[in-house]
Design a binder for this molecule. Structure first.
Ligand code: SF4
Length: 169
């Protein structure tokens, strides 16, 4: 893990808003979507945040039995897809589910599936929350989403069926 490098904005050790159950959330640094009304504009700078290696990051989120999953949020996680895929593979060994928040829409990701790490990161992702934050569609009633255009996509089932299969709470 020491050789993996990730640029992060921060981590939250115990989150209940970034997916089901108690989760560790890793906020990636860097985003080019520039959604008006974004709640985390400090994560946009591609050169901001902090670069950490895998071991340092894992020390900050010591896994405990109460944690049910890991969430990669941002920023835009797919800007660092190869590194996140390696982290995801590591967490999977501990039977943790993986949620990823992206500003890309599902079809956009599939159209660029050959970009470095995309396929691998998706292969480890249980649920993808897709699409940009749209201020006019802001919601407080749709769980785990900032705006109602975003979907909670079951990745494996969607890839298998060729159509988006949504995760339901
Ligand atoms: S994708 Fe997320 S982090 Fe990036 S601008 Fe949109 S809301 Fe902000």
């Amino acid at each position: 893990m020491k050789t993996i490098q990730l640029r992060i904005a921060g981590v939250v050790r115990e989150s209940i808003v970034d997916g089901p159950g108690l989760r560790h959330t890793i906020f990636c640094q860097g985003c080019e979507h520039a959604c008006p009304g974004c709640h985390n504009p400090e994560t946009w700078d591609l050169h901001g945040g902090e670069v950490v290696d895998g071991e340092t990051l894992l020390k900050r989120i010591p896994l405990n039995p109460l944690i049910s999953g890991i969430t990669f949020s941002g920023g835009e996680p797919f800007l660092q897809a190869p590194a996140l895929a390696e982290f995801a593979a590591y967490f999977k060994k501990y039977d943790l589910n993986i949620w990823v928040y992206t500003g890309y829409q599902w079809d956009q990701l599939l159209n660029h599936i050959d970009r470095p790490g995309y396929r691998e990161l998706l292969s480890y992702t249980d649920v993808l929350v897709d699409g940009p934050f749209i201020q006019s569609l802001r919601t407080t009633t749709h769980p785990f989403r900032g705006s109602s255009n975003q979907r909670l996509i079951k990745v494996a089932q969607s890839l298998e069926s060729g159509a988006v299969v949504e995760w339901l709470p």
